[in-house]
Design a protein around this ligand. Structure first.
Ligand SMILES: *[C@@H]1O[C@H](CO)[C@@H](O)[C@H](O)[C@H]1NC(C)=O
Ligand SMILES: *[C@@H]1O[C@H](CO)[C@@H](O)[C@H](O)[C@H]1NC(C)=O
Ligand SMILES: *[C@@H]1O[C@H](CO)[C@@H](O)[C@H](O)[C@H]1NC(C)=O
Ligand SMILES: *[C@@H]1O[C@H](CO)[C@@H](O)[C@H](O)[C@H]1NC(C)=O
Ligand SMILES: *[C@@H]1O[C@H](CO)[C@@H](O)[C@H](O)[C@H]1NC(C)=O
Ligand SMILES: *[C@@H]1O[C@H](CO)[C@@H](O)[C@H](O)[C@H]1NC(C)=O
Ligand SMILES: *[C@@H]1O[C@H](CO)[C@@H](O)[C@H](O)[C@H]1NC(C)=O
Ligand SMILES: *[C@@H]1O[C@H](CO)[C@@H](O)[C@H](O)[C@H]1NC(C)=O
Ligand SMILES: *[C@@H]1O[C@H](CO)[C@@H](O)[C@H](O)[C@H]1NC(C)=O
Ligand SMILES: *[C@@H]1O[C@H](CO)[C@@H](O)[C@H](O)[C@H]1NC(C)=O
Ligand SMILES: *[C@@H]1O[C@H](CO)[C@@H](O)[C@H](O)[C@H]1NC(C)=O
Length: 438
């Protein structure tokens, strides 16, 4: 059989539409005398030349080449005929009223007058406040006083401001999920302080603000934009003041959306507990399971279940979130069905206040999120509702020195990996082995 290398010149594709698509050359190998059809993913916009049919305004006519079939071979090239299917799409409508758009690399006194300060929804991509922004906090507050919704990225970088209170009325920022809500390298920023802000459909990045000691973003909820092609959002908070803490409410807001990836987080939870919550929050600190209240849904602190706590484990049946670590150590438990409601375990490094407690519990700075050890009767473990287990350590979920059955049953390990939907092969480890080693 003879094989030829042919140059397929799409520029010579003949079609029912007059102007040919842009030439694209592709090399492929085919054998002579064989009928073939090539399917190529290729689409092109036909300029408004032929439209005999009237199109609604704002409609783009796109022609998608679905198949290309062999038509004619000459000495030097091969011609193909194609079938094409015209596709009509209407672009996303403009999201701001006319004159509510701001276009500038950053806001400054030279363009301040152009900021659409009467608009409640402003389109600016990005709205950038930076080192060159030669405006006072008062001038910015005045410019932004009517702005409740920002369409586009918000960048506050290398600025001189100590808080973001000039954006006090801002309620939402929509970056189509891929743009940024970024506060970075602001040397005097002590808090962000956007208390009206509820919905952010952006990649959130709060990094390298050396004085930033509190977020004060009590209502900020990562909310993937419904219209965006890119589904996931993310939050990264890194390299700020070593004192920075995150409140239990802020963390719960970050966790509330399954499509939001939690990146690096501050090292501590703030000590204040939100009492204005419709669901019951409890603190597991200086306490034991015996003294814990019943009916808690959120539990803050490093939860320890040890010898003699078996009879109190029913108190954890209502718990969905543990903001801290979970340790089950030295019990005679045979199962952990009392953790069937558990959805999130987010262990931060600790806290100045918590350090003593941590030493008491022999918790190192590399504490895993879930540690289950020395429970000789524990033979089967599932976490049917677990969504996230987050820890500073690489070893997020550790089982060691429990019953031999737990080690020997591969479904224990795989059930946890599957429920977390994780690609991290190191989650969990059972007596040092991960699921892959069975
Ligand atoms: C094919 O290519 C050769 C060399 O480039 C050229 O001499 C010849 O005229 C070409 N044939 C046709 C039909 O274009
Ligand atoms: C937008 O501004 C222009 C002048 O800058 C004005 O003529 C027009 O009426 C404004 N449109 C609206 C909707 O305010
Ligand atoms: C904004 O609103 C004020 C008061 O309603 C009005 O005087 C001013 O002209 C408006 N500015 C613009 C740019 O439309
Ligand atoms: C931060 O504050 C210090 C002290 O007030 C001041 O010297 C410095 O210029 C400020 N930084 C910026 C970027 O404005
Ligand atoms: C308490 O919660 C209610 C309802 O969720 C809310 O309207 C109110 O603003 C909250 N109060 C405080 C102080 O957060
Ligand atoms: C736990 O104990 C420490 C020191 O004894 C104390 O400062 C802290 O307030 C206690 N925490 C709670 C929630 O009672
Ligand atoms: C488990 O230990 C508790 C005390 O820690 C004891 O009361 C209980 O009987 C033990 N259960 C089993 C099944 O050994
Ligand atoms: C924590 O882990 C890091 C990196 O693996 C290691 O350097 C450090 O010594 C560990 N700390 C403790 C207390 O185990
Ligand atoms: C472990 O528990 C789960 C859920 O309770 C159950 O479906 C599974 O069959 C059990 N596996 C073993 C080996 O007992
Ligand atoms: C699991 O993760 C993959 C890729 O990370 C994602 O496409 C899929 O939707 C996830 N499944 C569930 C049930 O979350
Ligand atoms: C605990 O398990 C480890 C393996 O993960 C093993 O090396 C160690 O000897 C066990 N300790 C006890 C007390 O069984």
């Amino acid at each position: 059989m003879t094989w030829f290398v042919l140059l397929i010149i799409l520029g010579s594709v003949r079609s029912q539409f007059a102007p040919p698509i842009d030439p694209v050359a592709e090399v492929t190998t085919i054998s002579t005398g064989v009928e073939f059809t090539i399917t190529i993913p290729y689409s092109t916009t036909i300029s408004p030349t032929p439209p005999t049919d009237p199109l609604p305004t704002n409609t783009v006519k796109t022609t998608v080449v679905t198949t290309v079939t062999h038509s004619e071979t000459t000495e030097n090239s091969t011609t193909y005929s194609s079938s094409m299917s015209p596709v009509l799409t209407t672009p996303k409508p403009l999201r701001c009223e006319t004159n509510c758009t701001f276009q500038a690399a950053y806001i400054e006194s030279a363009n301040l007058k152009k900021f659409p300060k009467n608009c409640t929804t402003v389109c600016a991509d990005p709205l950038s406040i930076q080192h060159e922004t030669d405006l006072t906090e008062k001038q910015l507050t005045n410019a932004f006083k009517n702005m409740k919704h920002l369409i586009g990225s918000l960048l506050v970088t290398r600025s001189k401001f100590s808080s973001g209170k000039f954006l006090a009325n801002l309620e939402s920022v929509d970056c189509d999920n891929i743009g940024q809500f970024k506060w970075s390298l602001n040397e005097n920023l002590t808090e962000i302080g956007l208390t009206s802000l509820k919905s952010v459909s952006c990649q959130v990045e709060i990094t390298s603000n050396p004085e930033l000691a509190k977020l004060n973003l009590p209502n900020m909820m990562p909310t993937p934009s419904q219209t965006a092609d890119h589904l996931r959002t993310g939050v990264e908070i890194n390299g700020n003041s070593p004192e920075l803490c995150i409140t239990e409410q802020e963390m719960s807001n970050f966790l509330s959306n399954e499509n939001n990836d939690i990146g690096t987080m501050p090292q501590f939870y703030c000590s204040a507990l939100n009492t204005n919550d419709t669901i019951k929050s409890c603190v597991f600190e200086n306490s034991t399971l015996a003294t814990l209240e019943t009916g808690c849904v959120k539990l803050k602190g490093n939860v320890l279940i040890s010898e003699n706590d078996e009879e109190h484990t029913y108190k954890l049946e209502s718990v969905k979130d543990i903001l801290g670590s979970l340790t089950i150590d030295g019990t005679n438990l045979t199962d952990i069905d009392f953790l069937d409601s558990l959805e999130n375990v987010v262990a931060l490094k600790g806290g100045k206040k918590n350090l003593e407690e941590n030493e008491q519990l022999k918790i190192t700075e590399n504490q895993s999120a879930i540690l289950i050890q020395y429970n000789p009767n524990l033979a089967n473990v599932t976490f049917p509702n677990l969504k996230r287990a987050i820890a500073k350590s690489d070893q997020v979920i550790i089982f060691q020195n429990n019953s031999q059955e737990l080690l020997m049953n591969p479904s224990v390990c795989w059930n946890i990996r599957n429920v977390l939907n994780t690609s991290n092969a190191g989650i969990p480890t059972i007596d040092g082995q991960d699921c892959g080693e069975y």
